[in-house]
Design a protein around this ligand. Structure first.
Ligand code: ADP
Ligand code: ADP
Length: 230
């Protein structure tokens, strides 16, 4: 019944840092899951396991009940289903224009040009950036870049979208816009996973909360269970 499952993951970076140390997490389809944890707890490393960018040294990642197959073709399938919006949009944008950037994902997944452009236009409307389509991304504000990077992931039409601190570095108005977009996506049936430092946001937004510490889960439950003292 879980769309994503991480079972007892252990992951070491090449310099020997153990970033995941027995990480276990289950995500149900359609859920909004918040992942809390201080810097270095392992949130980003875990997320890179969800779509097979990183491969655990031990343990297993399952998508839709099936263990991830790390061969190239299967990984492309996985990445169609699990999209990651990175914290810093500059790491995700590199094309000459907004439209090209948003269409890059679907083109890269092998969709034909017309389908890719249709999806890009739909994603730009949802994120309210269609008026920017011909602009070079390096002229955009941070909040605009953030929405372009989200549109690029939406254009791939994944079933699960993982957001690494989506409201970090945004003013309250833009943060509010991003959160209402997430609400809208969840209503459409998307499964959403979000890391955040914002305990109030996690409490009010999530169906289920994980608290990470030193590469493993230190607490989990519904917001009421996890924040019983609130
Ligand atoms: P459903 O949407 O299937 O009715 P709920 O969200 O109401 O599920 O949760 C039912 C039970 O499952 C609760 O006890 C909750 O703590 C647990 N639960 C919900 N989501 C998760 C999850 N992602 N991982 C582990 N347990 C969960
Ligand atoms: P979070 O996203 O919760 O801040 P990370 O997953 O980024 O945590 O980091 C987990 C641990 O792995 C930290 O100790 C961090 O310093 C380390 N780490 C992250 N990326 C690298 C890397 N490329 N090389 C070595 N260590 C890393």
């Amino acid at each position: 019944p879980y769309i994503i499952e991480a079972r007892n993951l252990i992951y070491d970076y090449p310099d020997g840092t153990r970033a995941l140390n027995g990480m276990t997490m289950c995500i149900k389809e359609g859920q909004k899951v918040a992942v809390l944890g201080t810097n270095g707890a392992g949130k980003s490393t875990l997320f890179l396991h969800f779509n097979g960018i990183l491969r655990p040294r031990q343990g297993a990642v399952l998508f839709n009940g099936q263990p991830v197959d790390y061969r190239h073709r299967s990984l492309i399938e996985l990445r169609k289903n699990v999209g990651i919006v990175f914290q810093d949009p500059d790491n995700q944008l590199f094309s000459a224009s907004v439209l090209q950037d948003v269409a890059f994902g679907p083109l890269n997944l092998g969709l034909d040009k017309n389908t890719a452009l249709d999806r890009a236009h739909k994603a730009m409307e949802e994120t309210e950036i269609d008026y920017l389509q011909n602009k070079p991304t390096h002229f955009l504000s941070y909040g605009q870049k953030k929405r372009v990077s989200i549109a690029g992931v939406l254009a791939m039409e994944p079933r699960v979208i993982v957001f690494d601190e989506p409201t970090a570095c945004l003013d309250p108005r833009m943060a509010g816009k991003i959160m209402s977009l997430l609400q809208q996506l969840n209503k459409q049936g998307k499964t959403l996973v979000m890391s955040t430092h914002d305990v109030d946001l996690a409490y009010s937004w999530a169906d289920y909360v994980y608290v990470l510490q030193r590469g493993r889960v230190a607490g989990e439950g519904t917001p009421r269970e996890v924040f019983a003292d609130r």
